[in-house]
Design a protein around this ligand. Sequence first.
Ligand code: FAD
Ligand code: NAD
Length: 444
Amino acid sequence: MGVRAVAIGGVTGGTSALAKAKRENPDLEAVIYEKGSHVSYGACGLPYVISGEIPSLEALVVRTPEAFKKSGIEVYTRHEVLEVDYENRTLKVLDHREGRVFTDRFDHLVLATGARPLIPPIPGVEQEGVYTLRSLEDGERILEALKKGARRAVILGAGYIGLEMAEAFRKRGLEVTLVEQAPRPLPQGEPEVSEIVKRELERHGVEVWTGTRALALRGMGRVEGVETTEGFIPGDLVLLAVGIRPNTLLAQSFGVALGPTGAIATDQRMRTNLPGVYAAGDVAESHHLLLGRPTWLPLGDVANKHGRTAGSAIAGREARFKGVVGTSIFKVFDLGVGMTGLSLEAALKEGSQAKKVFIQARDRAHYYPGGGALWVGLVYEEASGRLLGGSVVGPETSAKRVDVLAALLHQRGTVEDLEGLDLAYAPPFSPVWDPLLIAAQQAK
Ligand code: FAD
Ligand code: NAD
């Protein structure tokens, strides 16, 4: 019997772990069990298939089970791992196609069971016309609803999915109402960013109800709208986008320890407390380099890094995933929004004497056609000038400038370091003083 590595969950964390392990150690037996029908896809592209900008869900698939097989990795879809017997290094698997349960064994196990959408505890969520968005199957169901002529969408939650899907539904011609219980959309961002995002939503005909709690979904089996604290909103399609939770039950059932965030605790090699058991992707924590403690950052790029690191560890290599500073980016209509590090509110909560500047400039030279306003926010320690976080909002890809701030955060840089950076300039790309440099000058 050869050394056998098994991944539970086949989207990002599990597939990247086993692909890396197998590349590093071609003798390894590698098996992936996935309870859904699809593996290895970019869930991040779902809103753009639903908007019609990407022609099909198939386009999101990175690697098919057949392609995995060619590289020596066995992939079993519609196979759910029910139990893990850690002492005997075996697992019980339910084959949903055949309806039979069988036992497999492992030497290395990667927990990549991901996360699931939260379902708000309100009456009526079980009805037809109510959706969540996580998997390709969810995408299929929403596309089907659009084909059947859904006309009015109500989205609960103005976080990442809610905002991206508000755009997608508008592009498909639906009326859209966004309901957020916090006082502003994107409540984890700076208030200025929320305000700019709200204006962009309204400019594109999205109704934004903030400070609003959904009380019940009305309907007699088929949803007709949402009763909220601020009144009734009619709708024939309701998308629940109120956050996600890590799928940790299976891990907990055989003694894998969770960390303070409620996701699986790992070290820098993605090892859990049980030798031979790794965790990767949305089910696992990461180390926060600014806070110096574990955080939960359920993002696709992080899941890939987790998986690659776990795969290296399985193959006996020394790779380490050092951690995150909390960087994210998304698009809503014509705006790109990038955020990294801590918001002012989060920094103050940490006891830091933090300050913020928030400036508006342009994303390119004033005389160059196209482009538009670009906003930069910097959060920094008042005494030392150390950068703690930042936001960049502007025409689509211009927000990718946030990566400069993320790099500085990794290096524990200051606003003075930022001011001194030799950033690229030509009229189609930036004004002669890049807005990041203007913000740094103001902070100084
Ligand atoms: P998941 O994708 O949750 O996959 C886990 C898999 O495990 C599931 O398919 C599940 O069926 C399977 N599973 C669970 N339990 C078992 C079991 N017992 N047996 C067998 N299989 C099991 N991130 C970004 O960085 N940028 C973006 O722009 C972005 N956009 C997104 C847009 C949308 C609409 C969504 C939903 C997510 C987006 N993300 C984005 C997040 C990113 O997609 C996730 O971080 C990533 O998919 C996590 O991968 P994962 O493998 O850890 O988990
Ligand atoms: P989220 O945490 O981003 O947003 C959830 C929002 O719902 C929050 O604003 C919250 O205040 C609000 N909310 C919570 N309960 C509510 C209720 N009962 N009624 C109304 N509003 C309520 O979560 P999400 O949008 O579901 O996205 C899930 C995850 O997917 C994200 O955490 C992120 O990791 C990932 N994602 C990332 C991207 C990206 O990076 N571009 C895009 C899409 C999804």
